[in-house]
Ligand binder design. Structure first.
Ligand code: PLP
Length: 623
């Protein structure tokens, strides 16, 4: 490809990306493929002769996209957000075009210097202590970009280990390093990310995993006690990793308590704010990082929650020399004449080669401004609160975390309910209508709902809740019937089954006749429905159900995609003639507040309905 063609293909690619991002909501959020799907679609050997660009791009849509999980999709609520924005993409494009490898100042001065400046910007936005910044006079601190939070934790743990071994060696010069190493012990909470365990494993040090309190925060007293016990056993505490915003449920370790204890014990306190650390750019959240002044290092990932594409994990240290002492190797071919006056980031991390990552973060911060980024974070937090309100409104569910940021953990209530919640999540995920992942909170299986899409909206939250409640209703139906109806289960199961069987036999045209016979108005006929005596209506089947109801009718829907959540109101909405929306399209619904104030369709209605269908079958159900 020459530069002439690159200009053309580049423009086409920008169009393709813009189109993708604008229309990603029309795709299925998760792929419907089996492992190995691509092996059948792509030759097993590379082409010997180069291929034309149109053929290559054609394969993107037909072969690659079907296997993509769309992290930018409005229905993607799994993990944490994957940062993405147009300025960031442009930054990466430019970085790729420049193609510099900025391992030292001399290798590409702008690459190093912009990184230092942008890390100071972000450090100030977050409100890190001045010691963490590069530019204040006589500062020995500073920031650096790593590929991932895991890498940040690892290099900080390695630095802490090197520091402690050095101290011990000074005290016990004749003791082998290996023996000293065997005494070192690190600490984190049960809620810390598994990367802390991995780092300790790589570093060959002990890790003591501590119990958090009832709010899933690690407390000072717990840490103090563990440190005392370990010291009494001859161990040497050297590293504490605290988390601001844990992965499972975004809980916050109590830094204000942990900080002084970690410091007094001579340990290196690292603070992992991979996701929630980004929110510290909003003044209202800064109280959560009280105690940061005791930390030796801090990381957050703009590639999670600051609109910046992967990879962009930012890390700051209070003392850069303590970091680099653990990581410096200095072969002649990497030395340069400005070493004394400049930063060489190759000493701040594991890889030698480094991309020009600062460009994209610089573009993002400049283009959005601090205000724009704060607005983005706050909107995600607001939407999570809306979702939380919906969960709390429905007494079948419970909220399982303190919702401060963009994550809500929830579950169907009930002890010993893990299997039911697992089933609910897998049914929803299999449907391709939403994507969420689980976590364990207080030993219980919970579903994590994270606000992820860059411009997530109220309607996305409402849609998600509709899907969740539809699937929950279906799943709970048998349980609820069992509990509340007093009828023997086999009768009820039988009646449910028959509803299903009968309903599936009903063709749309027959249904129309049926409805006419009982004077029910029909506004829409794209699905299978059945009707029972006294005008109650059920919609059954895998398709989005019909929403047809006359005044005074009771209503139920049965099947995998229950969609009718209101009595009375639904009929009115639909009789206005709107297409009942299919997966992925937000519903035209009243405002969230209005919806919350409305009565929700309850299980008692379903039970009543099941009974009615049962008695009505032989007449009206069998046209
Ligand atoms: N720390 C926390 C609190 C996280 O939530 C995560 C990932 O979600 C990580 C560390 C690991 O992040 P990375 O994938 O950047 O290594």
């Amino acid at each position: 490809m020459d530069s002439k063609e690159f200009r053309q293909r580049g423009r086409e690619m920008v169009d393709y990306i813009a189109e993708y991002m604008e229309s990603v909501g029309e795709r299925r959020v998760t792929p419907d493929v089996e492992p190995g799907y691509l092996r059948d679609l792509i030759p097993s050997t590379a082409p010997y002769e180069g291929e034309g660009w149109p053929e290559i791009m054609a394969d993107v849509e037909t072969k690659i996209m079907p296997g993509v999980t769309h992290w930018q999709h409005p229905r993607f609520h799994a993990y944490f957000p994957s940062g993405n924005s147009f300025p960031s993409i442009l930054g990466d494009m430019l970085s790729d075009g420049i193609g510099a490898i900025g391992f030292s100042w001399a290798a590409s001065p702008a690459c190093t210097e912009l990184e230092t400046i942008v890390l100071d910007w972000l450090g100030q936005m977050i409100g890190l202590p001045q010691d963490f910044l590069s530019f204040p006079e006589n500062s020995i601190g500073g920031g650096v970009m790593q590929s991932s939070a895991s890498e940040c934790v690892l290099v900080c743990l390695l630095a802490a280990r090197a520091q402690k071994i050095k101290e011990l060696k000074a005290l016990h010069p004749f003791v082998e390093e290996g023996v000293l190493l065997s005494k070192l012990v690190a600490y984190c909470s049960k809620e810390a990310h598994s990367c802390v365990e991995k780092a300790a494993m790589i570093a060959f040090t002990k890790l003591r995993i501590l119990d958090p309190d009832a709010d899933l925060a690690l407390r000072g007293a717990t840490l103090a006690q563990a440190i005392e016990e370990d010291k009494a056993m001859g161990l040497v505490p050297f590293f504490v990793s605290a988390t601001l915003g844990t992965t499972s449920c975004v809980s916050f370790d109590n830094l204000a308590e942990i900080g002084p204890i970690a410091e007094a014990a001579g340990t290196w306190l690292h603070v992992d704010g991979a996701y929630a650390g980004n929110a510290m750019i909003c003044p209202e959240f800064k109280y959560l990082m009280k105690g940061i002044e005791h930390a030796m290092s801090f990381n957050c990932n703009p590639n999670k929650w600051l609109l910046t594409n992967f990879d962009c994990s930012t890390m700051w240290v209070r003392d850069r020399f303590k970091l680099t002492q653990a990581l410096v190797v200095d072969p002649l071919y990497l030395q340069h004449s400005h070493s004394g006056k400049s930063i060489d980031y190759r000493h701040w991390g594991i890889p030698l080669s480094r991309r020009f990552r600062a460009l994209k973060l610089w573009f993002v911060i400049r283009n959005y401004g601090v205000a724009g980024l704060q607005k983005y974070i706050r909107e995600h937090c607001r939407l999570a609160k809306c979702f939380e309100a919906l969960v709390r409104e429905d007494d079948r569910f419970e909220v399982c975390n303190i919702v401060r940021m963009g994550l809500v953990c929830f579950r169907l209530k009930g002890n010993d309910n893990n299997e039911l919640n697992k089933k609910l999540l897998s049914n929803i995920n299999e449907s391709g209508k939403l994507h969420m992942v689980p976590a364990a909170v207080h030993g219980k299986f919970v579903i994590r709902f994270c606000v992820c899409a860059q411009d997530a909206k109220d309607s996305d939250i409402e849609y998600a809740w509709d899907v969740i409640t539809e699937y929950a209703t279906e799943l709970l139906e048998a349980e609820i019937v069992k509990e509340k109806s007093g009828l023997p289960l086999d009768v009820l199961e039988h009646s449910n089954e028959e509803v299903g069987q009968v309903a599936h036999k009903v063709e749309i045209s027959e249904l129309m006749d049926l409805m006419e016979r009982v004077h029910m108005p029909i506004q829409k006929q794209n699905s299978i429905a059945s009707i029972g005596r006294q005008g109650s209506l059920a919609s059954v089947g895998r398709q989005q159900s019909l929403a047809i109801i006359g005044r005074q009718q009771s209503l139920a829907s049965i099947g995998r995609q229950q969609s009718l959540a209101y009595i009375g109101e639904v009929g009115n909405n639909l009789s206005e003639g709107g297409e009942q929306e299919m997966a992925n399209k937000p519903r035209q619904r009243p405002s969230l507040a209005k919806r919350l104030s409305k009565r929700q369709f309850s299980f008692t209605d379903t039970i009543e309905f099941v009974g009615m269908v049962n008695t009505a079958q032989d007449e009206s159900m069998n046209p």
